[in-house]
Design a protein around this ligand. Sequence first.
Ligand SMILES: [Fe+2]
Length: 203
Amino acid sequence: MTSPPATTTPDSDRQTPIRDGIQPPLIQKGHELQSFGTVRQLPIGLAHDARVYGCRRLNRLLADAQMLYGLYKKHHWLLRGATFYQLHLLLDKHAGEQLVIVDALAERVQSLGGVAVGDPRHAAEITAVPRPPDGVEEVPAMLSRLLQAHESILIDARDAATRLAALGDDGSNDLIVSAVIRTGETQAWFLAAHLTDTPLTRV
Ligand SMILES: [Fe+2]
């Protein structure tokens, strides 16, 4: 009786042991380093209280812009009817513009030494934009919902811009006026134009 051949490992299958320092530590836990609502000291010549107040107002607008972005995307997807294609494109364009505002507001908060609202669940706790139904509404109701969101944001943005200018925070004032207010007003104009009942072929 012959014994089976001894098992050998081919040279190509031989594994090199993983050396210390080459394996990334994939699972790590740390402590929160800065609490939400606090500001770090930065050399930008703005008083601590002004920066705390500015971050609070900016974070509210940031949360609203995040919700408005989500609302635009939801309606971009759920639209239907004869105007589907043009509104599908328009709402996506507006969503993209709101996303730019989201980033600008968040980075303004950071530049004031604060902590930007990042998690959408946190943003949902702060926003004043009402949650829409999870299902589908009629298209005019979708547009009306977007217009109401725009108006509440614009009212808050104008108040924030005025108060922040009075505190000497011209940078935040400029961002709110040039981005949040001007873009919001233009988007509201485009939306409202679609709610006007106009004849298509005869006067
Ligand atoms: Fe899309």
